[in-house]
Ligand binder design. Structure first.
Ligand SMILES: [Fe+2]
Length: 222
């Protein structure tokens, strides 16, 4: 709604029989009400949309690896040399856009052959692949991981599982997808996302100065 300036409002009512001081008061009151009507949606629109949540799935680690840092390509002294290495970078904020410093982002995913470090997946995952990692969010809300571009496994399009924690509180569990993957359209979990949710969770993987990279913006309600 566009507010009219007081002058034009008064000019259209110049023949009114209402006394001038009362008329001014009424005009001021109506402008205030109109301004509040405009301002409220503006505040609502100013909030960021929380990142959509998705199921944790069956393969969150039952036992965490000894090494739980943000480099999934090195597990202790072991190096992992399969798959396409990628930097997964992101920001974590609340719905007001404030960096969630002190938050923790966890990711877990299958190895290049589609196996998780999980008893339910038969213990077939490559021992050199860390498979799970944690990153502390810095004061600017940034985090990053070194991992591989996710691959498909039976029944699922490529994805990386994500969990956000603040202290002991779990604020978000979701999955991140790869833009342009033909398997997305056949994936039951991806298909149930609406357009905005797909946009939030489906990341382009592109060549950067440090190799393949993907970026995400995670927004949580605190
Ligand atoms: Fe999965």
């Amino acid at each position: 709604m566009k507010l009219r300036p007081p002058a034009s409002t008064e000019s259209t009512e110049s023949n009114s029989s209402t006394p001038q001081p009362l008329r001014r008061l009424l005009v001021a009151g109506s402008l205030l009400l109109a301004a509040r009507a405009v301002w409220r949606p503006a505040i609502a629109q100013g909030k960021l949309r929380p990142t959509p949540s998705q199921t944790e799935g069956p393969f969150y680690p039952t036992t965490l690896p000894d090494d739980t840092d943000n480099d999934l390509l090195r597990q202790g002294q072991r190096s992992y040399a399969h798959g396409l290495p990628v930097w997964l970078e992101g920001t974590l904020s609340d719905v007001d856009g404030r960096a969630l410093a002190g938050g923790t982002v966890e990711i877990w995913q299958c190895d290049h052959a589609g196996h998780y470090h999980h008893p339910g997946d038969g213990g077939k995952a490559d021992l050199d692949f860390q498979g799970f990692g944690r990153a502390e969010v810095d004061r600017d809300g940034r985090f990053r991981f070194r991992t591989i571009r996710p691959v498909a496994y039976v029944g699922r399009t490529p994805h990386i599982h994500v969990k956000v924690k603040l202290g002991t509180r779990e604020l978000l569990t979701t999955q991140l997808y790869v833009a342009g993957e033909p398997g997305n359209e056949r994936d039951g979990l991806w298909r149930r996302l609406n357009a905005a949710e797909r946009a939030a969770l489906t990341l382009p993987y592109s060549a950067g100065a440090q190799g393949l990279q993907a970026r995400c913006s995670l927004v949580v309600q605190t």
